[in-house]
Design a protein around this ligand. Structure first.
Ligand SMILES: Nc1ncnc2c1ncn2[C@@H]1O[C@H](COP(=O)(O)OP(=O)(O)OP(=O)(O)O)[C@@H](O)[C@H]1O
Ligand SMILES: [Mg+2]
Length: 508
């Protein structure tokens, strides 16, 4: 057995069967009160300190000499104000234990301490001989409690002053908390005693969607989604919501949601979209008017001339045919041009019917080149093809594809000088086909490259290009889930790259 530290008053443990001596009991008691973690002191009936335990001395950095034999109420006069002295007298008078809680005082170092103190009368032969005082220091506990309360208040403020709707739902979707903003938006005065289901604040048509997200969040998958709720005035409010699970002791007990009112943003977006649409329609209308104006002016001028000549040749019908034929030809040409423009516009708006079939891409590219080859040869330009054997068929509308490649090759032929070369390349890349139209022509300036896909943008002389070609190509490729991009170096050449998925390329 270990020797107790400090030596001093130690008596050997008595035999288990023998009666312990009073001395042994006293030693036991002394050791016991010194070892426990609670401050203990013994006062006589006048308040003189007879005994203090080690814990009390350690805790308040006191030593026995300055306490023993001194009157506690003289030593610490403030105890009277704190009601301790009054209780002391009461214990003596009534001979019963009394407790004083949350006593606050400054210790000798100026530290604020809080403690509970219990006084127990010591009775000897029916006489009260003193008081055993047990003191438990709760300073740290109080500090922690007030820290928790402060944090709680801070969080509460934060949540209540948030610009977002913050709420919690239980496993069944009943509202277990709703912050001020949420109450303001929905008009629901949250009361924890009431059982209000969240669905009461969600419009019928988004109920299913909301429920799906709610279930997903409960399953541990946080959700972020746009939805709607019913506002206090019955108006629909657009919200962007984030929800995730709330757990208690590892167990899911509900969800926490943070919803932001995005109604204004939505309205703004819609307005912008509308404004954009109007601007695009305006631009398109101006372009169409401008493009059609020229041929129509020529047609009407020529028709006027024709009328004049018909009158003039009334007497000499034999000379008429040849002269008139020239004018009719002009009318025919210009009317055809109008038709090309309107056809182009129709294609641009993708109103023409589409027929998706299995297209043999190499064959289609060869046929497209054949349409331009004669012109290219006549102008001293060469078209060459590099087709990957991996590329065979894709599902798409052949007429639309042909339109795309025809315009690109035509553009390339227009761009190269005599002896220039145009290369048509098709390669397989994973599940897609990449077609490139490469030329070593004049290239496109940095300023123009941003505009080439705009309808009616052309650098070609009046009467030659409508400027609709690339915008139509863009629309078609996009509808096939493909992409179209361009790289160009002025003076060196241009490469257009079209990527098409190999699967079904149904127009959207
Ligand atoms: N390969 C190319 N090299 C240089 N410039 C090009 C090339 N392809 C297109 N462009 C430029 O892009 C413009 C727009 O082309 P787009 O095909 O849309 O219209 P267009 O060819 O001018 O007229 P349209 O195709 O209706 O006959 C052309 O006018 C030209 O300036
Ligand atoms: Mg073109």
């Amino acid at each position: 057995m270990n020797e107790p530290k400090g030596g001093g008053a130690y008596s050997p443990a008595p035999d288990i069967l023998s009666i312990p001596s009073p001395k042994w009991i006293k030693c036991m008691f002394e050791s016991f009160i010194d070892s426990i973690d609670i401050g203990i002191f013994v006062l006589d009936c006048n308040g003189v300190i007879n005994r203090v335990n080690k814990s009390l001395l350690d805790q308040y950095r006191l030593n026995t000499e300055e306490l023993l034999g001194r009157n506690i109420f003289e030593l610490m006069p403030d105890l009277a104000d704190l009601g301790v002295e009054k209780r002391f007298r009461q214990i003596i008078g009534e001979r019963k234990s009394l407790e004083l809680t949350n006593v606050q005082r400054r210790d000798r170092f100026g530290r604020n301490i809080v403690f509970n103190i219990k006084g127990i009368p010591i009775i000897e032969d029916d006489d009260i001989v003193g008081i055993l005082a047990v003191m438990s220091d709760i300073t740290e506990k109080r500090a922690l409690e007030s820290q928790v309360a402060e944090t709680e208040e801070y969080l509460h403020n934060l949540i209540d002053n948030a610009n977002d709707i913050i709420y919690t739902l239980d496993l069944d979707g009943y509202i277990t908390f709703l912050n001020k903003m949420g109450q303001q938006v929905t008009g629901y005065q949250f009361d924890p005693k009431e059982r209000a289901h969240y669905s009461a604040y969600v419009p019928e048509n988004t109920l299913q969607k909301n429920d799906r997200h709610f279930q997903e969040a409960l399953a541990g998958r946080p959700q972020r989604y746009e939805s709607t709720i019913i506002g206090s005035d019955g108006k629909i409010v657009n919200v962007l919501t984030n929800i995730s699970t709330v757990r208690k002791d590892e167990k899911v007990v509900g969800v926490l949601g943070i919803a932001r009112d995005i109604t204004e943003r939505k309205q703004m977006e819609a307005q912008l979209l509308q404004a954009g649409k109007m601007a695009a329609i305006g631009e398109l209308a101006a372009g169409v008017a401008h493009e059609i104006n020229n041929p129509v002016a020529i047609i009407s001028g020529t028709a006027e001339q024709l009328l004049f000549l018909m009158n003039y040749y009334r007497e000499r019908p034999q000379d008429m045919t040849e002269r008139l034929a020239k004018h009719v030809e002009t009318i025919h040409e210009q009317a055809a041009r109008c038709k090309k423009i309107t056809q182009g516009l129709l294609n641009f708006a993708r109103k023409t019917e589409t027929h998706t079939t299995i297209v043999n891409l190499p064959k289609l590219l060869e046929e497209t080149v054949a349409l331009v080859d004669n012109r290219a040869l006549a102008e001293g330009k060469a078209i060459q093809m590099r087709l990957d054997h991996d590329v065979s068929t894709i599902e798409a509308d052949p007429y639309q594809l042909e339109q795309v490649f025809l315009n690109m090759v035509n553009n390339a032929v227009d761009a190269v000088a005599e002896n220039g070369t145009i290369t048509l390349e098709a390669r397989r890349k994973k599940d897609a086909v990449v077609v490139k139209v490469i030329d070593d022509g004049i290239g496109i300036s940095e300023q123009n490259i941003k505009k080439i896909f705009d309808p009616f943008f052309t650098t070609k002389p009046p009467g030659k290009g409508t400027g609709l070609g690339l915008s139509i190509c863009f629309g078609i490729i996009q509808s096939m889930n493909g992409t179209i991009s361009v790289k160009s170096k002025p003076g060196a050449g241009t490469t257009f790259t079209i990527t098409l998925p190999m699967g079904r390329n149904d127009p959207k």
